[in-house]
Design a protein around this ligand. Structure first.
Ligand SMILES: [Mg+2]
Length: 172
């Protein structure tokens, strides 16, 4: 029942303790795109994301795994020059498996970072890798995400009653 509690929970990608991840021998950062790296309205990759990712490239392999179509990712591919897997169908683990095999990682060398319990965190848990939840960048969500948010809120309310997890109570 506590399946969806993330390994870490921080406000945004800038607040992640990347030094800690490095010291834990994490080699691959798998980022969600929408509402994690940028909001839906950011058709082009924001400057702050370009500089963060370029910095992180020195220490990690960066892969973006998104459920959005390829069209959405084209400007990001151009700006960031990292591997992007689109139509990933998270919470299915296919994309994570593909990354592990391609780079010959151990599962404990990979972490998935995203804003949704029902896709990003569940995919990570299903596959057995570390998970980092961030708050969504914007209120705006796709239709399917709106449904996921309703389920997510129910789960979070349950966790909160048990003292297991609370929105805005960050931890690493
Ligand atoms: Mg997202």
């Amino acid at each position: 029942m506590n399946k969806l509690i993330p390994t870490m929970y921080v406000k945004n990608i800038e607040n992640i303790n990347y030094n800690k991840l490095r010291s834990e021998n994490i080699k691959c950062l798998i980022f969600d795109l929408d509402n994690t790296l940028a909001s839906y309205s950011d058709l082009e990759c924001p400057e702050r994301v370009i500089s963060l990712i370029n910095n992180l490239k020195k220490d990690f392999n960066i892969v973006i795994v998104t459920n959005s179509p390829k069209k959405r990712t084209v400007p990001y591919k151009k700006a960031l020059n990292v591997e992007i897997i689109s139509f990933a169908m998270k919470p299915f683990v296919k994309a994570l498996k593909k990354i592990k095999i391609k780079y010959n990682y151990q599962k404990d060398e990979m972490v998935i970072i995203g804003d949704q319990l029902m896709t990003d965190i569940l995919a990570g848990k299903n596959y057995g890798i570390k998970t980092i939840l961030v708050d969504p960048l914007a209120e705006k969500d796709l239709k399917i995400t709106k449904i996921n948010r309703i389920i997510e809120n129910r789960i979070i309310n349950k966790y909160q009653k048990k003292g297991l997890f609370e929105r805005g109570k960050y931890y690493e």
